[in-house]
Write a protein that binds this ligand. Structure first.
Ligand SMILES: Cc1cc2nc3c(=O)[nH]c(=O)nc-3n(C[C@H](O)[C@H](O)[C@H](O)COP(=O)(O)OP(=O)(O)OC[C@H]3O[C@@H](n4cnc5c(N)ncnc54)[C@H](O)[C@@H]3O)c2cc1C
Length: 347
């Protein structure tokens, strides 16, 4: 097939864009260097606005639903519910496979698993190859400060994992727990470089009293995956003369403390597809950068508030009313309501 668009990367951003373009009659070649299922370090929480965007595009996969988050620091804790909709906890090995297969079976899409992109020319080229994109040589990325690293894995035997995401703030890092498939749980840890350790998840579990007793029978069921550094900023995400644009993490990613990497990629999909069809790449760049700015600002704020367990506990105790407001921003409902409401895929 002679392609109109070549997409490099079959993660959530690349696969979703392939579906959206294929449906618009655009001929797409989708390169994915790995063969799905492949593993990806991630907190696996898809925020409600991402669920909304996904539902409008391809429908929803069977996955545990979450109705909100519980934030804990020391003996302080605050529950915050999603105001609209629900989140999903999507196991990245099968979720990315499911979405890639949806792309592969879409009209006009030639999906090529196990085929890395090797510089073939294309009328339009899309970099969807993640946070360490090869296109950052042409459209440079800046790494976010402070330098942070992340770990994630699945466990069984963890007590009391319900239908919400729990976030524990500790001086040595944050720990995220979420329900996963088959009664297992997703466990992810985010760390400053100075406190990073390969056994960071086990370290946090054993040093957070509210968790220690729940984890007596905890066993890892998948390997512990690592990612670093977290968070990039890409000031220019399109090259108009070269007909190149970046999507998903390749277009910049806030620190995962915001939990919105996948949701942002999915939300921006229709806009990127429209921009390719109409040629308005700069319009896409403007809107995507604005969204990224909101996420980065939120990330900086959350990192500042949770720098130490004591500070996070004070915030949760003294300003508990601010938590749902912050979360409303984090889940997107307050950032760009018209754009969100305009999405026809309400779930
Ligand atoms: C520790 C951690 C926790 C996170 N927690 C969350 C969370 O709870 N919720 C959330 O929404 N987000 C979270 N994120 C962010 C989320 O993982 C990303 O935003 C998301 O994966 C971005 O999707 P993507 O498709 O842009 O990139 P990726 O998922 O990275 O996919 C890129 C794909 O490109 C392929 N590729 C690379 N180079 C080539 C090449 N040359 N040719 C062909 N293919 C290539 C790769 O194999 C890969 O499959 C987290 C990230 C980290 C590191």
């Amino acid at each position: 097939m002679k392609a109109d668009v070549t997409i490099v990367g079959g993660g959530p951003a690349g696969s979703a864009l392939a579906v959206a373009l294929g449906r618009r009659g655009v001929r797409v070649v989708l390169h994915e260097k790995a063969r799905h299922p492949r593993r990806k370090p991630c907190g696996e929480g898809l925020l409600p606005y991402g669920v909304n965007a996904l539902g409008g595009l391809v429908g929803l996969p069977p996955a545990p639903r979450v109705g909100g988050l519980t934030f804990r620091a020391g003996d302080a804790s605050v529950d915050a519910e999603f105001r609209r909709g629900y989140g999903l906890v999507v196991r990245r090995d099968w979720f990315d496979t499911w979405l890639f297969e949806a792309a592969a079976s879409s009209p006009n899409v030639d999906a090529r698993p196990g085929e890395p992109y090797r510089g073939e020319r294309a009328p339009v080229l899309v970099g969807a190859d993640g946070a360490r994109s090869m296109f950052h040589r042409r459209l440079p990325a800046q790494v976010a400060r402070p330098l942070r690293a992340g770990l994630s894995a699945h466990v069984s035997g963890l007590e009391g994992v319900g239908d919400r995401v729990e976030v524990f703030f500790h001086d040595d890092g944050e720990l995220y727990l979420a329900p996963s498939d088959d009664g297992e749980a997703l466990v992810a840890g985010l760390f400053d470089y100075r406190s990073f350790r390969r056994d960071g998840i086990q370290h946090l579990v054993s040093h957070i009293p509210a968790l220690r007793d729940r984890a007596v029978d905890m066993t890892f069921t998948t390997p512990i995956l690592a990612a670093a550094p977290l968070g990039t900023f890409v000031p220019k995400i399109v090259d108009v003369p070269d007909r190149l644009l970046l999507v998903g993490d390749a277009a910049g990613a806030a620190d995962p403390i915001t939990g919105d990497g996948m949701a942002l990629a999915l939300l921006a999909t229709q806009d990127a597809a429209d921009a390719i069809v109409t040629g308005d790449l700069l319009g896409y760049q403007r809107r995507r950068l604005a969204r990224g700015r909101t996420a980065r600002r939120l990330g900086r704020l959350l990192l500042g508030l949770s720098r130490t367990e004591r500070r996070a506990a004070w915030f949760l105790r003294e300003l508990s009313g601010a938590v749902p407001v912050l979360m409303a921003h984090a889940v997107g409902g307050e950032c760009a309501p018209s754009w969100l409401e305009g999405d026809d895929g309400t779930v």
